[in-house]
Write a protein that binds this ligand. Structure first.
Ligand code: SPD
Length: 364
Protein backbone atom coordinates (compact mmCIF):
# COMPACT_ATOMS: atom_id res chain seq x y z
CA UNK A 1 0.00 0.00 0.00
CA UNK A 2 2.81 2.39 1.01
CA UNK A 3 4.56 1.48 -2.24
CA UNK A 4 1.41 2.31 -4.25
CA UNK A 5 1.11 5.70 -2.49
CA UNK A 6 4.76 6.56 -3.24
CA UNK A 7 4.32 5.60 -6.89
CA UNK A 8 1.20 7.75 -7.08
CA UNK A 9 2.93 10.76 -5.52
CA UNK A 10 6.00 10.37 -7.75
CA UNK A 11 3.64 10.06 -10.75
CA UNK A 12 1.72 13.20 -9.81
CA UNK A 13 4.92 15.16 -9.29
CA UNK A 14 6.15 14.01 -12.71
CA UNK A 15 2.89 15.13 -14.33
CA UNK A 16 3.07 18.49 -12.57
CA UNK A 17 6.70 18.98 -13.60
CA UNK A 18 6.02 18.11 -17.19
CA UNK A 19 2.94 20.40 -17.25
CA UNK A 20 5.11 23.22 -15.93
CA UNK A 21 7.64 22.48 -18.67
CA UNK A 22 4.89 22.43 -21.30
CA UNK A 23 3.74 25.80 -19.98
CA UNK A 24 7.08 27.51 -19.89
CA UNK A 25 9.43 26.04 -22.44
CA UNK A 26 7.65 25.67 -25.74
CA UNK A 27 6.03 28.06 -28.14
CA UNK A 28 4.17 27.34 -31.37
CA UNK A 29 4.24 30.48 -33.50
CA UNK A 30 2.26 30.75 -36.77
CA UNK A 31 3.34 33.77 -38.79
CA UNK A 32 3.19 35.04 -42.37
CA UNK A 33 5.96 33.79 -44.63
CA UNK A 34 8.90 36.19 -45.19
CA UNK A 35 7.92 38.22 -42.13
CA UNK A 36 10.75 37.87 -39.60
CA UNK A 37 14.50 38.46 -39.42
CA UNK A 38 16.85 35.48 -39.59
CA UNK A 39 18.04 35.83 -36.00
CA UNK A 40 14.72 36.78 -34.33
CA UNK A 41 13.70 33.29 -33.24
CA UNK A 42 17.18 31.89 -32.39
CA UNK A 43 17.91 34.94 -30.21
CA UNK A 44 14.58 34.55 -28.38
CA UNK A 45 15.29 30.86 -27.76
CA UNK A 46 18.76 31.65 -26.46
CA UNK A 47 17.52 34.42 -24.15
CA UNK A 48 14.53 32.57 -22.71
CA UNK A 49 15.24 28.86 -23.06
CA UNK A 50 11.86 28.53 -24.78
CA UNK A 51 11.85 26.19 -27.81
CA UNK A 52 9.98 27.73 -30.72
CA UNK A 53 8.21 25.79 -33.44
CA UNK A 54 7.75 28.27 -36.25
CA UNK A 55 5.25 27.68 -39.08
CA UNK A 56 4.21 30.02 -41.86
CA UNK A 57 1.14 30.82 -43.97
CA UNK A 58 0.40 33.32 -46.73
CA UNK A 59 -3.34 33.79 -46.42
CA UNK A 60 -5.66 35.20 -43.77
CA UNK A 61 -8.33 32.79 -44.98
CA UNK A 62 -6.10 29.80 -44.20
CA UNK A 63 -5.28 31.13 -40.75
CA UNK A 64 -8.94 31.90 -40.07
CA UNK A 65 -10.15 28.45 -41.07
CA UNK A 66 -7.72 26.90 -38.58
CA UNK A 67 -8.62 29.33 -35.79
CA UNK A 68 -12.35 28.81 -36.21
CA UNK A 69 -11.91 25.04 -36.19
CA UNK A 70 -10.03 25.42 -32.86
CA UNK A 71 -7.31 23.32 -31.20
CA UNK A 72 -4.69 24.65 -33.58
CA UNK A 73 -1.93 23.99 -31.07
CA UNK A 74 -0.65 27.49 -31.87
CA UNK A 75 0.27 29.87 -29.07
CA UNK A 76 0.76 32.97 -31.15
CA UNK A 77 -0.71 33.95 -34.53
CA UNK A 78 -0.62 37.00 -36.79
CA UNK A 79 -4.04 37.89 -38.22
CA UNK A 80 -4.53 41.08 -40.22
CA UNK A 81 -6.61 43.72 -38.37
CA UNK A 82 -9.97 43.19 -40.07
CA UNK A 83 -9.75 39.43 -39.69
CA UNK A 84 -8.65 39.80 -36.08
CA UNK A 85 -11.73 41.98 -35.44
CA UNK A 86 -14.20 39.30 -36.38
CA UNK A 87 -12.11 36.55 -34.79
CA UNK A 88 -12.21 38.47 -31.50
CA UNK A 89 -15.99 38.61 -31.83
CA UNK A 90 -16.03 34.85 -32.42
CA UNK A 91 -14.13 34.35 -29.15
CA UNK A 92 -11.04 32.97 -30.85
CA UNK A 93 -8.50 34.94 -28.79
CA UNK A 94 -7.76 35.32 -25.11
CA UNK A 95 -7.38 38.77 -23.57
CA UNK A 96 -3.74 39.83 -23.31
CA UNK A 97 -2.26 40.02 -19.85
CA UNK A 98 -0.71 43.46 -20.31
CA UNK A 99 1.29 43.18 -17.08
CA UNK A 100 3.41 40.62 -18.96
CA UNK A 101 4.02 42.98 -21.90
CA UNK A 102 5.75 46.07 -20.51
CA UNK A 103 7.05 46.87 -24.01
CA UNK A 104 3.50 47.80 -25.01
CA UNK A 105 4.52 51.30 -23.95
CA UNK A 106 6.79 51.43 -27.01
CA UNK A 107 3.88 51.34 -29.46
CA UNK A 108 2.66 54.40 -31.33
CA UNK A 109 -0.56 55.46 -29.53
CA UNK A 110 -2.04 56.81 -32.77
CA UNK A 111 -1.72 53.47 -34.56
CA UNK A 112 -2.86 51.51 -31.51
CA UNK A 113 -5.82 53.91 -31.36
CA UNK A 114 -6.67 52.90 -34.91
CA UNK A 115 -6.41 49.25 -33.92
CA UNK A 116 -8.70 49.90 -30.95
CA UNK A 117 -11.51 50.54 -33.46
CA UNK A 118 -11.20 46.87 -34.37
CA UNK A 119 -10.42 45.56 -30.89
CA UNK A 120 -11.84 47.93 -28.25
CA UNK A 121 -9.31 48.75 -25.56
CA UNK A 122 -6.63 46.81 -27.47
CA UNK A 123 -7.61 43.89 -25.29
CA UNK A 124 -6.59 41.05 -27.60
CA UNK A 125 -3.96 42.15 -30.09
CA UNK A 126 -0.99 44.42 -30.73
CA UNK A 127 0.45 45.65 -34.01
CA UNK A 128 3.28 43.51 -35.38
CA UNK A 129 3.97 45.24 -38.71
CA UNK A 130 1.96 47.25 -41.18
CA UNK A 131 2.13 47.94 -44.87
CA UNK A 132 0.31 48.60 -48.09
CA UNK A 133 -0.87 46.59 -51.06
CA UNK A 134 0.44 47.94 -54.37
CA UNK A 135 2.24 47.17 -57.59
CA UNK A 136 5.61 45.47 -57.91
CA UNK A 137 7.16 45.37 -61.32
CA UNK A 138 10.25 44.61 -63.32
CA UNK A 139 11.33 48.01 -64.58
CA UNK A 140 13.05 46.87 -67.77
CA UNK A 141 10.43 44.35 -68.86
CA UNK A 142 7.58 46.78 -68.29
CA UNK A 143 9.17 49.82 -69.93
CA UNK A 144 10.33 47.68 -72.85
CA UNK A 145 6.71 46.66 -73.50
CA UNK A 146 4.86 49.85 -72.57
CA UNK A 147 7.42 52.57 -73.26
CA UNK A 148 8.82 55.19 -70.91
CA UNK A 149 5.62 57.25 -70.99
CA UNK A 150 3.36 54.53 -69.65
CA UNK A 151 1.57 55.36 -66.36
CA UNK A 152 4.01 53.42 -64.21
CA UNK A 153 2.66 54.92 -60.97
CA UNK A 154 -0.93 54.08 -61.70
CA UNK A 155 -3.31 51.17 -61.28
CA UNK A 156 -3.96 51.66 -65.00
CA UNK A 157 -1.09 49.20 -65.43
CA UNK A 158 -3.29 46.53 -63.93
CA UNK A 159 -6.86 47.58 -64.68
CA UNK A 160 -6.51 48.94 -68.21
CA UNK A 161 -6.47 45.94 -70.57
CA UNK A 162 -4.61 48.02 -73.12
CA UNK A 163 -1.57 47.98 -70.82
CA UNK A 164 -2.05 44.65 -69.09
CA UNK A 165 -2.46 42.76 -72.37
CA UNK A 166 1.06 43.85 -73.31
CA UNK A 167 2.42 42.42 -70.06
CA UNK A 168 0.71 39.05 -70.30
CA UNK A 169 3.68 37.46 -72.05
CA UNK A 170 6.11 38.35 -69.24
CA UNK A 171 3.86 37.18 -66.40
CA UNK A 172 1.37 38.81 -64.02
CA UNK A 173 0.65 37.60 -60.48
CA UNK A 174 -2.24 38.75 -58.29
CA UNK A 175 -2.61 38.21 -54.54
CA UNK A 176 -4.99 35.33 -54.01
CA UNK A 177 -7.35 37.19 -51.69
CA UNK A 178 -10.62 38.99 -52.44
CA UNK A 179 -9.98 41.36 -49.52
CA UNK A 180 -7.01 42.83 -51.43
CA UNK A 181 -8.01 43.35 -55.06
CA UNK A 182 -11.71 44.17 -54.66
CA UNK A 183 -11.43 47.25 -52.39
CA UNK A 184 -8.59 48.51 -54.58
CA UNK A 185 -10.70 48.06 -57.72
CA UNK A 186 -13.65 49.87 -56.09
CA UNK A 187 -11.39 52.75 -55.10
CA UNK A 188 -9.92 52.87 -58.63
CA UNK A 189 -13.45 53.32 -59.97
CA UNK A 190 -14.03 56.19 -57.55
CA UNK A 191 -16.39 54.05 -55.44
CA UNK A 192 -16.35 53.43 -51.72
CA UNK A 193 -13.86 50.57 -51.10
CA UNK A 194 -16.15 49.40 -48.29
CA UNK A 195 -19.38 49.60 -50.25
CA UNK A 196 -22.24 47.20 -49.69
CA UNK A 197 -24.05 48.08 -52.92
CA UNK A 198 -24.54 45.22 -55.40
CA UNK A 199 -24.30 47.68 -58.31
CA UNK A 200 -20.80 48.69 -57.19
CA UNK A 201 -19.70 45.06 -57.26
CA UNK A 202 -21.22 44.76 -60.71
CA UNK A 203 -19.06 47.73 -61.81
CA UNK A 204 -16.01 45.96 -60.42
CA UNK A 205 -16.94 42.80 -62.29
CA UNK A 206 -17.09 44.79 -65.52
CA UNK A 207 -13.68 46.26 -64.75
CA UNK A 208 -12.09 42.93 -63.91
CA UNK A 209 -13.40 40.51 -66.51
CA UNK A 210 -11.48 42.05 -69.44
CA UNK A 211 -8.16 41.79 -67.58
CA UNK A 212 -8.67 38.17 -66.49
CA UNK A 213 -7.10 36.57 -69.61
CA UNK A 214 -3.85 38.45 -68.97
CA UNK A 215 -3.31 37.20 -65.41
CA UNK A 216 -0.87 34.32 -65.09
CA UNK A 217 -1.43 33.27 -61.51
CA UNK A 218 -3.27 34.00 -58.26
CA UNK A 219 -0.83 33.41 -55.43
CA UNK A 220 0.14 35.33 -52.32
CA UNK A 221 3.82 34.57 -51.84
CA UNK A 222 5.37 33.09 -55.00
CA UNK A 223 5.63 36.53 -56.57
CA UNK A 224 8.62 37.40 -54.38
CA UNK A 225 10.98 34.93 -56.04
CA UNK A 226 9.17 35.21 -59.37
CA UNK A 227 9.89 38.96 -59.49
CA UNK A 228 13.44 38.51 -58.18
CA UNK A 229 14.24 35.91 -60.84
CA UNK A 230 12.66 37.82 -63.70
CA UNK A 231 9.97 35.14 -64.14
CA UNK A 232 7.15 37.69 -63.97
CA UNK A 233 7.01 41.40 -64.74
CA UNK A 234 4.04 42.62 -62.65
CA UNK A 235 2.48 41.68 -59.33
CA UNK A 236 -0.25 43.03 -57.13
CA UNK A 237 1.63 42.41 -53.89
CA UNK A 238 2.47 43.59 -50.40
CA UNK A 239 4.97 46.42 -49.95
CA UNK A 240 7.69 44.63 -47.99
CA UNK A 241 7.44 41.46 -50.08
CA UNK A 242 8.07 43.38 -53.30
CA UNK A 243 10.96 45.25 -51.66
CA UNK A 244 12.39 41.90 -50.53
CA UNK A 245 12.13 40.73 -54.15
CA UNK A 246 14.20 43.75 -55.18
CA UNK A 247 16.84 42.88 -52.56
CA UNK A 248 16.89 39.21 -53.55
CA UNK A 249 17.44 40.17 -57.19
CA UNK A 250 20.40 42.36 -56.16
CA UNK A 251 21.89 39.78 -53.83
CA UNK A 252 21.63 37.01 -56.41
CA UNK A 253 23.30 39.26 -58.98
CA UNK A 254 20.28 38.80 -61.25
CA UNK A 255 20.12 41.38 -63.96
CA UNK A 256 16.69 42.40 -62.73
CA UNK A 257 15.45 45.70 -61.30
CA UNK A 258 12.28 45.35 -59.25
CA UNK A 259 10.41 48.29 -57.80
CA UNK A 260 7.31 48.87 -55.69
CA UNK A 261 4.83 51.69 -56.20
CA UNK A 262 1.93 52.99 -54.17
CA UNK A 263 -0.28 53.97 -57.13
CA UNK A 264 -1.46 57.56 -57.40
CA UNK A 265 -5.12 56.49 -57.14
CA UNK A 266 -4.39 55.43 -53.55
CA UNK A 267 -4.36 51.96 -52.09
CA UNK A 268 -5.10 49.70 -49.19
CA UNK A 269 -3.16 49.91 -45.93
CA UNK A 270 -3.40 47.25 -43.27
CA UNK A 271 -2.06 46.18 -39.90
CA UNK A 272 -0.96 42.68 -38.99
CA UNK A 273 -1.38 41.85 -35.33
CA UNK A 274 -0.07 39.46 -32.69
CA UNK A 275 -2.78 37.55 -30.85
CA UNK A 276 -2.98 34.50 -28.58
CA UNK A 277 -5.63 31.84 -29.32
CA UNK A 278 -8.02 31.20 -26.42
CA UNK A 279 -6.87 27.58 -26.23
CA UNK A 280 -3.14 28.28 -26.64
CA UNK A 281 -1.21 25.58 -24.75
CA UNK A 282 1.60 27.97 -23.76
CA UNK A 283 0.16 31.45 -23.12
CA UNK A 284 3.07 32.53 -20.90
CA UNK A 285 5.55 31.81 -23.65
CA UNK A 286 3.31 33.69 -26.10
CA UNK A 287 3.28 36.75 -23.85
CA UNK A 288 7.08 36.50 -23.54
CA UNK A 289 7.38 36.40 -27.35
CA UNK A 290 5.07 39.40 -27.81
CA UNK A 291 7.07 41.39 -25.28
CA UNK A 292 10.32 40.38 -27.03
CA UNK A 293 8.99 41.35 -30.48
CA UNK A 294 8.12 44.76 -29.08
CA UNK A 295 11.67 45.41 -27.86
CA UNK A 296 12.92 48.39 -29.87
CA UNK A 297 16.02 46.62 -31.23
CA UNK A 298 14.04 43.52 -32.16
CA UNK A 299 11.25 45.41 -33.92
CA UNK A 300 13.84 47.48 -35.78
CA UNK A 301 15.85 44.45 -36.86
CA UNK A 302 12.70 42.80 -38.25
CA UNK A 303 11.68 45.93 -40.17
CA UNK A 304 15.22 46.33 -41.46
CA UNK A 305 15.10 42.75 -42.75
CA UNK A 306 11.56 42.44 -44.12
CA UNK A 307 11.05 46.05 -45.27
CA UNK A 308 7.72 46.45 -43.46
CA UNK A 309 6.96 49.33 -41.11
CA UNK A 310 6.64 48.64 -37.41
CA UNK A 311 4.51 50.65 -34.98
CA UNK A 312 7.27 50.89 -32.40
CA UNK A 313 8.14 54.49 -31.55
CA UNK A 314 11.20 53.42 -29.58
CA UNK A 315 12.62 51.42 -32.52
CA UNK A 316 13.50 54.47 -34.61
CA UNK A 317 17.14 54.85 -33.44
CA UNK A 318 17.84 51.24 -34.47
CA UNK A 319 16.30 51.45 -37.91
CA UNK A 320 18.35 51.52 -41.10
CA UNK A 321 18.12 54.97 -42.67
CA UNK A 322 17.14 53.48 -46.01
CA UNK A 323 14.13 51.76 -44.45
CA UNK A 324 13.07 54.66 -42.27
CA UNK A 325 13.36 57.15 -45.12
CA UNK A 326 11.76 55.00 -47.80
CA UNK A 327 8.39 56.61 -48.62
CA UNK A 328 7.11 53.26 -49.86
CA UNK A 329 7.56 51.85 -46.33
CA UNK A 330 6.83 54.92 -44.22
CA UNK A 331 4.72 57.01 -46.60
CA UNK A 332 4.76 60.80 -46.09
CA UNK A 333 1.54 62.55 -45.05
CA UNK A 334 0.40 63.39 -48.60
CA UNK A 335 0.65 59.71 -49.60
CA UNK A 336 -0.91 58.56 -46.33
CA UNK A 337 -3.88 60.74 -47.21
CA UNK A 338 -4.46 58.56 -50.28
CA UNK A 339 -4.36 55.28 -48.35
CA UNK A 340 -7.53 53.68 -47.06
CA UNK A 341 -7.54 51.18 -44.22
CA UNK A 342 -9.22 47.85 -44.78
CA UNK A 343 -12.49 47.47 -42.95
CA UNK A 344 -14.46 44.45 -41.82
CA UNK A 345 -17.49 43.73 -43.95
CA UNK A 346 -20.91 42.25 -43.26
CA UNK A 347 -21.69 38.65 -44.17
CA UNK A 348 -23.80 39.88 -47.09
CA UNK A 349 -20.83 41.83 -48.48
CA UNK A 350 -18.53 38.87 -47.88
CA UNK A 351 -20.87 36.72 -49.93
CA UNK A 352 -20.90 39.25 -52.80
CA UNK A 353 -17.12 39.51 -52.66
CA UNK A 354 -16.66 35.75 -52.66
CA UNK A 355 -19.07 35.24 -55.55
CA UNK A 356 -17.38 37.94 -57.60
CA UNK A 357 -13.93 36.66 -56.71
CA UNK A 358 -14.74 33.11 -57.77
CA UNK A 359 -16.20 34.30 -61.06
CA UNK A 360 -13.14 36.45 -61.68
CA UNK A 361 -10.71 33.64 -60.92
CA UNK A 362 -12.52 31.12 -63.05
CA UNK A 363 -13.09 33.76 -65.74
CA UNK A 364 -16.80 33.01 -66.18
N1 SPD B 1 5.17 38.28 -46.23
C1 SPD B 1 4.39 39.00 -45.29
C2 SPD B 1 3.10 39.47 -45.84
C3 SPD B 1 2.25 40.12 -44.83
C4 SPD B 1 0.95 40.45 -45.40
N2 SPD B 1 0.02 40.72 -44.47
C5 SPD B 1 -1.32 40.63 -44.94
C6 SPD B 1 -1.91 41.90 -45.32
C7 SPD B 1 -3.35 41.75 -45.67
N3 SPD B 1 -3.92 42.92 -46.17
Amino acid sequence: MAHLRTTLVVGLVAVAVSAAHARAEELHFYNWSDYIAEDTIPTFEEKTGIDVTYDVFDSNEVLEAKLLAGSTGYDLVVPTGIFMERQVKAGVFQPLDKSKIPNLDNLDPRLMGYLAQLDPGNEHAVIYMWGTTGLGYNVDMVTERLGEDAPLNSYDLLFNPEYLSKLADCGVHILDAPTELLPIALNYLGLDPNTDKPEDFEAVRELLMPIRPHITKFHSSEYINALANGDICLALGWSGDVLQAADRADEAGNDVTVTYVIPTEGTLMWFDTLAIPADAPHPDAAHAMINYLLEPEVAASISNYVAYANANDAAEPYMDEEILNDPRIYPPEDVMARLFPDRASSQAVDRMRTRLWNRFKTGI
